[in-house]
Design a protein around this ligand. Structure first.
Ligand code: N7H
Length: 435
């Protein structure tokens, strides 16, 4: 039940000595350990509090050259690499521009009261040692949409299992702990602090990704395939499912290609038990689909690669209004902005999020020629999270025309910005960062 509501507050540290004192005495005891980020079969806690720092925040706290071995991506900050992520910085919220955010609090609970009470507690502990520059409130969608993101698809089904912490379900990736946690076995880099103060920390990538839901739905109807014996609505659902790689219930199209299947969707022994290998073309699941772009499974290095992230995002913003549905257009009223408060943990931003976004999702050539001997089929960019402001042409979405592509002229997901943070181990909050 955790994570039904969530508040994310970006902070500036204005009084360093006082912040450090309160961090040590008041905040450290509230923080949930990074280990509890690792997916578990049991609910880890009914309240989750995390604090993470940007590179400029670590620098403010006295860490010299806070690059943490991340190929300068962390130190540069997300804004300065935004173009490489396929973002239009003109869409970025001003609060995220530059490197002025020092840190972020993430507070999650199964009740809004729980979140509000903890937020007040944090505010009264830190007082005027910080100022809040931005707040985003997330919440689970209502009723039967709980757990589904705003386009209507079940989320949070596939995260890697971590060796030594949990047992993978059939088909689920098993990664070494160092893929998520600093300095554990399998960390792709040796980096400053990874055997000392930063050991067992993790990079937290935050992105505010707006979703244009009425436009997405209209696109599905306008470009619906024409499978025999299926209504227009069923064909539109099919197109949506092929763009994601899963049906709205979460059932993988690789296992249930023409119709949704609730039995597969809800069974953790089944809903990851596929690897795109038989057959490996786009007939069951398009090579360009979102889940195949971001986790190519057996398509890539026989399924053995370190580019995995743990996703812990939550929807934000209100439900689509009747007026938006009637006009097939998202409102420009900022209070109706909605989307995904995307959060991902990994030990290396370059190997994790940046590879998935820039080198895989955005790159039309990623998996080019895969199973197509003459390299004739350019697979195209990810139809969901591909780059903003340029058309994308994912291939294979129409099951009757696997080598053809559909050109998408508009952005269904718009990046409003974000930042790269380091989520330190509790020991560092108690010592290095607070003394
Ligand atoms: Fe994605 N969506 O609803 O379309 N994503 N995603 N994502 N995503 C997944 O398998 C979505 C985003 C990954 O292991 C599902 O748990 C939306 C970014 C990865 O098989 C759905 C947005 C990045 C996976 C969505 C968004 C990723 C994944 C299926 C933005 C990384 C697991 C549920 C608004 C750069 C793949 C599930 C696997 C799954 C959606 C963003 C990555 C439904 C709407 C930015 C690795």
């Amino acid at each position: 039940g955790l994570n039904l509501t969530n508040i994310q507050g970006d902070i500036l540290i204005v009084d360093v000595p006082s912040f450090k004192a309160q961090l040590k005495s008041g905040i450290a005891p509230l923080i949930t350990s990074t280990f509890q980020l690792l997916p578990n079969t049991t609910d880890p806690a009914d309240l989750f509090v995390n604090i993470a720092f940007s590179s400029s925040g670590l620098s403010k706290l006295g860490i010299a050259n806070p690059d943490l071995g991340d190929n300068n991506l962390f130190q540069k900050g997300q804004f300065n690499g935004a173009t490489n992520l396929g973002d239009l910085t003109s869409n970025w919220l001003p609060q995220f521009a530059g490197t002025s955010i020092h840190g972020v609090f993430l507070i999650a609970s199964d009740t809004l009261d729980g979140v509000s009470a903890t937020l007040s507690q944090v505010q009264s502990i830190l007082g005027s040692s910080i100022s809040e520059s931005y707040r985003l409130q997330g919440q689970a969608r209502p009723g039967d949409q709980q757990g589904h993101e705003h386009f209507g698809f079940m989320d949070g089904i596939s995260n890697p299992a971590v060796n030594g912490f949990n047992t993978p379900h059939p088909g689920q990736a098993l990664v070494n702990p160092g893929v998520i946690l600093f300095g554990e076995s399998g960390d792709p880099k040796s980096r400053p602090g990874s055997t000392g103060w930063a050991k067992d920390g993790s990079f937290l990538v935050f992105r505010q990704l707006a979703q244009r839901v009425p436009e997405f739905n209209k696109f599905l109807l306008d470009h619906a395939p024409s499978e025999a014996n299926m209504t227009l609505e069923e064909n539109a659902e099919l197109l949506g499912a092929r763009m994601i790689g899963r049906w709205k219930s979460g059932a993988p199209v690789a296992m249930s290609p023409l119709f949704d299947n609730l039995v597969i969707a809800t069974n953790a022994q089944q809903n990851n038990n596929f690897d795109f290998s038989a057959p490996s073309d786009s007939s069951l699941c398009p090579v360009s689909s979102h889940i195949r772009k971001t986790n190519p499974r057996a398509d890539f290095s026989k399924g053995n690669f370190p580019n995995h992230i743990i996703r812990a995002g939550i929807p934000y913003g209100p439900e689509v209004t009747d007026a938006e549905n009637a006009s097939n257009t998202s409102s420009t009223d900022p209070s109706l902005d909605r989307g995904l408060a995307f959060v991902a943990y990994q030990s290396d931003i370059d190997t994790g999020f940046e590879t998935l976004q820039s080198d895989w999702a955005n790159d039309p050539s990623f998996r080019r020629g895969y199973q197509y001997a003459n390299n004739a089929v350019l697979q195209g960019a990810d139809p969901i999270i591909g780059p903003n402001g340029v058309s994308r042409s994912p291939a294979g979405l129409d099951p009757s025309n696997l080598s053809g592509s559909i050109t998408i002229m508009e952005d269904f997901v718009v990046s409003k910005g974000g930042e790269y943070f380091f989520s330190p181990p509790i020991s560092a909050i108690q010592t290095t960062l607070s003394s």
